[in-house]
Design a protein around this ligand. Structure first.
Ligand SMILES: [Zn+2]
Length: 337
């Protein structure tokens, strides 16, 4: 008898609050992450409470990604959509519109330290491009207004934005992404908030240890050997934070290919500056780097993971492994040269 009453009570509560109960207990939070690095952060914060769909997967290039119908379906049914922002995901605006989603689109670079993209000539201009040259400012407010119609004037153009989008290459910024993810999850699933915050805190402690490790590794590289080459300007934040100098034939987006003049200028500069090492990137075709390597005689020092993780069996299956792999590969190539 009492059991039947309990059952009846439960049923009536469920009738009153079907959505609330479904979100809180049976179903996990449906999260869409725009690319693999964000997906890894989201896993660390969300644990078992979230079900993550990643749009641009391992070794994928988000700059030039073409969404699939399944992506629109995932965005349409998502509870939360996590994106980098700063126009990293060129495909995003149209995808979100096409999906008709009501989910919040959360820009994880918000509140982080954001660097301006360098116009025209990339990093290969002067001698003193390395330290202190970047304009940077807190992103708070700077692109807070980007959601909605503000991007309208960009439509049809494929050039990159005012800011360098590769903010995750600074571990300090990665902590901002993680905090923003925890806040977004708390807003969408209040019952899990304590878990999200505890997970974010534990993961941030690991990120702080990672940052110390990176600084210690860079400190062992002689200052005069800290100039290296990659295929596109994905490491501006790494340069700014950790004091290596990166040169690249392509700018902050892979959308526009390097011109013959860009490549010739880079080769000339490499010969003058004696860059210590050259690397291919996991997301881009190695052809250009192979050409520069053969014309300058610098041996290719390995693969750096710039805008995407490796697949699970690779050396950069998580963000932490990616950052460790990159700095270890750079250090190894320089000391071996
Ligand atoms: Zn990039």
């Amino acid at each position: 008898m009492s059991r039947m009453l309990k059952l009846a009570a439960t049923v009536s509560v469920m009738t009153l609050l079907p959505g609330a109960l479904a979100t809180a207990s049976a179903e996990s939070l449906k999260v869409v992450a725009s690319f693999s690095i964000i997906s890894d952060f989201a896993k660390n914060v969300g644990g078992d409470r979230v079900d993550i769909t990643t749009l641009v997967g391992p070794d994928g290039d988000a700059h030039v990604y073409e969404p699939k119908p399944a992506d629109a379906a995932a965005v349409a049914s998502a509870d939360v959509v996590l994106v980098n922002g700063l126009q990293f995901e060129g495909f995003l605006k149209r995808l979100v519109e096409a999906s008709g989603t009501k989910a919040p689109i959360v820009e994880l670079t918000k509140g982080g330290e954001v660097l301006k993209a360098e116009e025209g000539e990339h990093h290969h201009e002067g001698e003193e491009a390395a330290e202190g040259e970047h304009d940077h400012e807190a992103a708070e407010g700077e692109h807070a207004h980007e959601e909605g119609g503000e991007h309208a004037h960009e439509e049809g153009h494929h050039h990159h934005g005012e800011f360098d989008p590769h903010a995750w290459q600074s571990v300090h910024n990665a902590e901002v992404y993680v905090k923003n993810i925890a806040d977004a999850f708390c807003a969408a699933d209040a019952d899990g908030c304590d878990d999200y915050k505890a997970n974010a805190e534990a993961y941030s402690a690991k990120l702080e240890a990672l940052e110390e490790e990176i600084k210690a590794a860079v400190a062992q590289i002689p200052e005069e050997k800290r100039t290296i080459i990659t295929s596109h300007d994905a490491f501006g934040y790494f340069q700014h934070e950790y004091g290596l100098r990166f040169l690249a034939p392509e700018g902050v987006s892979t959308e526009s290919e390097a011109s013959a003049a860009d490549v010739a200028a880079l080769i000339k500069q490499v010969r003058e500056d004696k860059a210590s090492a050259i690397f291919v990137e996991n997301i881009t075709n190695p052809r250009l780097i192979e050409q520069i390597a053969s014309e300058t005689g610098i041996k290719i020092g390995g693969t750096l993971y710039s805008d995407a993780l490796s697949d699970p069996s690779g050396p950069a299956a998580t963000y932490i492994d990616m950052m460790k792999h990159n700095v270890t590969t750079i250090k190894g190539a320089i000391s071996g040269s």
